[in-house]
Design a protein around this ligand. Structure first.
Ligand code: C2O
Ligand code: CU
Length: 477
């Protein structure tokens, strides 16, 4: 009943083209004490001088055990696989010196950050092997969890699944931030999920042909460690612990829950604090999405990750990925009753557009164009100050994950229903089910540029590489 056997079963299902899983959830649901410790990604220390904090990153190649006992060729930032966590502070200037040593073009995109288009790391600013790219900007985002990953045309899936991904924590001076745990690795814990595909020789896959090989298995990694048959351990030394969950998978949806059915206190969506903390039993993250939650740990607890609508794996699974030992004896103060003020948009005078997601065979389209080159991609033009409401219409039967660069959006409707609960937060990446639609509203607050563009795309990375990406040009009104 080890991961390898279960994985082979899923591969067989995928190979047969079946959408139904033969995997018995219990096979991966190894409820037991921890047998390895949760790895905490290093915190990358910046150096600050003259008010600018400089971070140094190198995209490089390496090796890593993605499935146990097998060495995979991988990529990482400053390390063999994944990258260190950066902390940015709202209002501060940052400079990143990023060197490409992976042997092919790359970019580094700051997913969810509100930065000038030229600094955003989209396909127009790809830089070659051996070169260094040095974006610099003021951090305008409120406290939240962002991430960084490659975004060159056609190679995003390949580079990201090989390990080029890392977390960004944005801090601010809000009352909520002051009241919440923020001691990185102690009571403020990153959880980076990657549902990957790798063959038994260790070769990491990133396209349909690779997913369907009979030798391909589908490991789930948390902070780089395979949790197929391993429960990671974490000792909470404080009663209240904050977790920052990032779904860095190329496509699968990951739902986080407690094994005992209890609640998690969700405090953020992609783009910052909720108006008030929400007690939830599940947190569903599409590819690219993030959410933070806290737990008041007065007893040991186990966290589970559930993979559903597994686009690459043709199956689902439940993983007991984290056994938390509660050892804190402090009594945390109540959370603030208000975490954030979120003024809901009145969209009556917003400009409307429709963004259609469609496909033609294996080619993925936005508004009828396949964004496989800058010239071919559909372009949305808007102006600084514009307020817009977009209908994201999914004309395919596939699930998509709609990501917009530059500015956060509010959900106005989801398949015709009004948003409720955590759906009232700020997002940059949201699920659009097959045949469904969402309406989102946003305001283009600043950063005009008539040369460099932002992107909007499906965050299922293979769909993005296959063309489900359009550009967004924001110019002066
Ligand atoms: Cu996380 Cu345009 O990407
Ligand atoms: Cu998609």
């Amino acid at each position: 009943f080890l991961g390898g056997m279960a994985g082979a079963g899923i591969a067989a299902v995928a190979a047969a083209g079946g959408a139904f899983s033969l995997l018995n959830d219990a096979a991966k649901n190894k409820a037991s004490a921890a047998d390895a410790t949760l790895t905490i990604p290093d915190l990358l220390e910046g150096t600050t001088s003259s008010g600018v904090t400089t971070f140094t990153l190198e995209a490089k190649t390496g090796t890593h055990e993605v499935i146990s006992g097998v060495t995979s060729s991988t990529m990482g930032y400053n390390q063999d696989f994944l990258g260190p966590t950066m902390k940015w502070t709202n209002g501060n200037e940052v400079l990143l010196n990023i060197t490409n040593d992976i042997g092919e073009d790359t970019t580094v995109h700051f997913h969810g950050a509100h930065v000038p288009a030229k600094m955003d790391g989209g396909p127009q600013v790809a830089f070659a092997d051996g070169e260094t790219w040095s974006p610099t900007f003021t951090v305008k985002d409120p406290a939240t969890t962002l991430w960084y990953h490659p975004h060159a045309l056609g190679t995003t899936a390949k580079q990201a699944v090989h390990g080029l991904a890392g977390m960004i924590i944005v801090e601010d001076s809000s009352d909520a931030s002051a009241a919440l745990p923020s001691d990185y690795g102690v009571d403020d814990i990153p959880l980076i999920f990657q549902s990957l595909a790798v063959d038994t020789a260790g070769d990491i896959k990133y396209d349909a042909a690779g997913y369907r090989l009979s030798t391909t298995t589908f490991p789930l990694l948390v902070n780089g460690t395979n949790v197929d048959s391993t429960t990671l351990g974490f000792t909470a030394t404080k009663t209240r612990t904050r977790f920052r969950a990032l779904n860095a998978s190329p496509s699968d949806i990951i739902t986080i829950q407690r094994s005992d059915g209890g609640t998690l206190t969700q405090i953020t969506t992609d783009q910052g604090y909720l108006a008030e903390a929400a007690e939830v039993t599940t947190i569903r993250l599409v590819a690219g999405a993030r959410a933070e939650f806290t737990m008041d740990l007065t007893a040991d607890a186990t966290l589970q990750a559930v993979i559903t609508t597994g686009w690459i794996r043709g199956g689902s699974g439940t993983y007991d990925f984290l056994a938390i030992t509660a050892s804190g004896s402090d009594t945390p103060a109540d959370l603030p009753s208000t975490l954030n003020t979120i003024d809901r948009y009145d969209t009556s005078d917003f400009t409307a557009r429709t963004i259609t997601l469609s496909q033609s065979g294996a080619t993925m389209l936005i508004n009828g164009s396949a964004g496989t080159s800058m010239a071919a991609m559909a372009m949305i033009s808007t102006t600084v100050g514009a307020k817009e409401i977009w209908t994201i219409q999914n004309a395919t039967q596939l699930e998509h994950s709609f990501h917009l660069h530059d500015v956060p959006y509010q959900l106005i409707s989801i398949n015709g229903e009004d948003p409720t609960g955590v759906q009232l937060g700020w997002y940059d990446t949201y699920e659009v089910v097959g045949g469904g639609s969402i309406k989102i509203a946003m305001e283009f607050t600043d950063f005009s540029d008539d040369t460099y563009m932002y992107m909007l795309h499906c965050h299922l990375l293979q769909h993005e590489d296959e063309g489900m990406m359009a550009s967004l040009m924001v110019t002066e009104a």
